[in-house]
Design a protein around this ligand. Structure first.
Ligand SMILES: C[S@@+](CC[C@H](N)C(=O)[O-])C[C@H]1O[C@@H](n2cnc3c(N)ncnc32)[C@H](O)[C@@H]1O
Length: 327
């Protein structure tokens, strides 16, 4: 399904402001049956204690709002659909890996009332009450899964790469727990490289300095920050999935594009980056990158100001992969 966000050049608007005149959409609801609810505070942000050495993003309200905003970005990429995968009937057993605030799982359960949806995450970001067909669990998806083999009819995984050190084995577990004929939708973005086609991003851009520092930290952490669409595709095929399809969306960062739809996507990424650059970077820079809190803050402020200025016409890729486990 090629769309107007796929790899065509994005044309810049000559008059850029960082405003967009619409409110974002966020929803939430739910139920947690387990209680590993302790958090720690660092640099003014809250982190989940149990997962803090595995996944370096915060768990506070600011981060949860950001995740819900990014959910909106994906709805817009998919023109309002909750998945790229099309279903002829409600898939019976559905797993949402690394469900975050639970927003996708709840939306999916709403659209497919005949499905039983489990949202699983290492951190308790999910709401305390839920829809009848959606439940939330806490677990580390890098450990051996306790679900039944050949069980799920649809598995959804979005933006987990920062928390998964061995992505191949993660994909193998997904395959093992998928029922014959099950569908998979895997969504990732390039964690640590940003692109610019028109030379507006100089070599010493704050982007380059920020992402160079981030790449170094991810390497120390043992996470591959440079996986791209084709590599995910290969992992799915190697695990045994068939009909593996890859769609790549160019997503602008900031409101610099001329096209209205792309400008709106860029506004969402700008809003997300306003707190996201700190969420991605601060703990990593100060714990693994050798930066002081002040140095980290300066790097983050520089990149956020660059995005807001709209002067550097930068974009990144969202990779959408769909696949099927053979019958
Ligand atoms: C960037 S957020 C994406 C959330 C959600 N998938 C979405 O698209 O809105 C990544 C989520 O994965 C969770 N996570 C990271 N590593 C994990 C792991 N090893 N096992 C389970 N969840 C993990 C984090 O706690 C976080 O909620």
């Amino acid at each position: 399904m090629a769309t107007d966000t796929s790899p065509a050049p994005i044309h810049a608007d000559n008059e850029v402001t960082s405003d967009w005149d619409e409110e974002s959409v966020a929803s939430s609801t739910q139920s947690l049956t387990e209680s590993i609810l302790e958090h720690v505070f660092e640099n003014g942000r809250r982190y989940h204690r149990k997962s803090k050495d595995q996944y370096f993003f915060p768990s506070d309200d600011t981060e949860q709002d950001r995740l819900d905003l990014v959910h909106q970005l994906h709805l817009e990429l998919l023109r309002g659909d909750i998945t790229m995968t099309k279903f002829t009937k409600d898939p019976a057993n559905v797993l949402d890996c690394g469900c975050g605030t639970g927003i996708w799982a709840l939306d999916f359960g709403d659209v497919y009332p005949g499905s039983h949806v489990i949202g699983v995450d290492i951190a308790p970001l999910q709401p305390g009450w839920t829809a009848p067909n959606v439940k939330f669990e806490l677990d580390d998806l890098e450990k051996e899964w306790t679900y039944k083999p050949n069980h799920f009819n649809f598995i959804h995984t979005r933006h987990l790469a920062a928390g998964i050190k061995d992505y191949k084995s993660y994909v193998r577990q997904i395959y093992h727990h998928s029922a014959p004929g099950a569908r998979l939708e895997l969504v990732e973005h390039n964690l640590n490289s940003y692109f610019c086609d028109d030379g507006t991003m100089p070599k010493n851009s704050a982007y380059n300095r920020y992402f160079q520092a981030l790449r170094t930290c991810y390497k120390t952490l043992g996470v591959n920050p440079l996986l791209h669409g084709k590599e995910y595709q290969q992992m799915l095929e190697e695990a045994g999935f068939v009909d593996v399809k890859l769609e790549e969306y160019k997503v602008p960062v900031g409101t610099w594009p001329k096209d209205r739809k792309l400008k709106r996507l860029g506004w969402i990424t700008l809003e997300s980056a306003t707190t996201g650059m700190e969420a991605y970077g601060h703990r990593l820079f100060t714990n693994l990158g050798g930066l002081s809190s002040e140095e980290a803050k300066k790097l983050i402020d520089d990149v956020v100001s660059t995005i807001k200025s709209g002067k550097e016409h930068v974009y990144y890729y969202e990779f959408y992969l769909t696949a099927r486990k053979p019958e």
